[in-house]
Design a protein. Sequence first.
Lengths: 244, 314
Amino acid sequence: MTPILTVNDVKLTIDGRPILKGVNLIVNEGEIHAVLGPNGAGKSTLAGLIMGINDLKEPDSGEIIFQDKLVNGLDITERAKLGITLAWQEPARFEGITVEEYLKLSGRNNPELDVVECLELVGLDCSYLNRFVDDTLSGGERKRVELASVLAMRPKLAVLDEPDSGIDFASMEDIANMIKTMRERGTTVLMITHREEIAEIADKATLMCDGKVVQTGDPKEVGQKFKTMCVKCEVRNPELVGGE
Amino acid sequence: MATKNVLDTVAKKFIQIGLPKDLFERNKFNLLVDRNKIIVRYPAPGVRSEVVETPTGVKTKVYVEPGTKLEEPVTLCFGAAETTEVQTTEGEIVVGEGADVKFQVYGAMAEGIKLKHKNKLKVRVEKNARFEFLDLHYNGEDTFVELDTETDAYIGENAYFRSVFKQTRGRAGKVRIVLKAQVDKKGVAVFETKMIGKKDDEIYVEDVIHLNGEESRGISKSRIIAVDETKATFVGETYGNAPRCRGHIDCSEVIRGKDVTVKAVPVVVVNDETAKVTHEAAIGSIDKKQLETLMARGLTEDEAVDVIVQGMLR
């Protein structure tokens, strides 16, 4: 197993509040790795830190290593050019840019780009090519277009922040299949979610709570722990997770 | 009418600043004016027109016969291939009852020229007619135009008028655009302005829509990208004067540069208890999430800004 991404003792404080409290994570090349955890666990912050968004170019301490290269301090474009991308939980809307243009921009360095296929893999047909990536798309449609754009780009590592949110239950299988296809095409997937059923498609899962990793291992076991430990945890309780 | 040599010279200069080559190669123009000279004039079916050269420009009267429906747009160009002190254009357009036409009007100011361009236009869209007026401006990067244009429109019962002013290439210069509409029963007026200002450009846009007829509709939309030291003002006024009329003002201006000044002034007035006029205004830098999304796909920040801006100005 070759690690593609190593997060090493990463700590981050925002506005005086510790968000990540020494996160360690290894994602191996070619795997689907789910990060589970309740709201406020620090999952999306970790995703942002890996991509370098929201002015989060580097943690207060610790390292983020992608394919043996330290990415701390690199800007978003530099990370993308290394092969990292992110699909946002709530993707941005673009006035005057069609779905086709958006997919072509995303896949401009992919010589095998097939925009129609990318759409089909997320359950949309070619009629969407001329639609604008703006408010005229529903939340679910926009989400699918975002995932299609990741397929178009064909990155080495795709960080998918809540790929299942805004997607109706009946379509979850489409999304699961799409993530598997992404992996088949050479993309390692780091999937942030708080639904253990979608995490089950992963090869490995990590449970985060209160800015720390609680457990990494088999997705079913991690999912079970998440279900029993976190569901009733309305107020983050360090005792429940064996933390501080 | 000008010789082929004159047309070739004008074509070369206008293509240089971005006018589609195809317009010249396929003789698409129904009217092409360089300063105060008519270079091309070619009739469109169902459209009667009078065009007169004046010492500083042209006067035009256009009458679209009732019921005329054209698939291809009527294509006009008012430009200047060389510097001249002032160019004035005056026009009247009447779109007859039930007609459905689109005018594509190119304003082309060649690279490096300086001039004042004054334009006055009266538009009358008769009952059940549909008229789209796309006013597409092309200036060179070293062109400086003082543009002063006023449009007065009457939109008849159940008629539709859409006016789009678009300048997305070269410098805007010093621009004053005033668009006014009186909208009758069930009529619709849509005003859209899309511009980019650079260096010390000054942009003033004023849209005034009077919704005078029952169930009339009005939309005033502006997208101004202000760069460097540009000063831009958008004033959108909509008056809801009739039962169940609806109006909306939507201005979204983007600033790029610390010396930019942008002002948006939406004015909504309602004189009938069943009328409704709304507005939304946003001025700020490029949306960070949009920028980061495109950068996460490998675009540089400058490339991402360009994609976002061109999308807004589309």
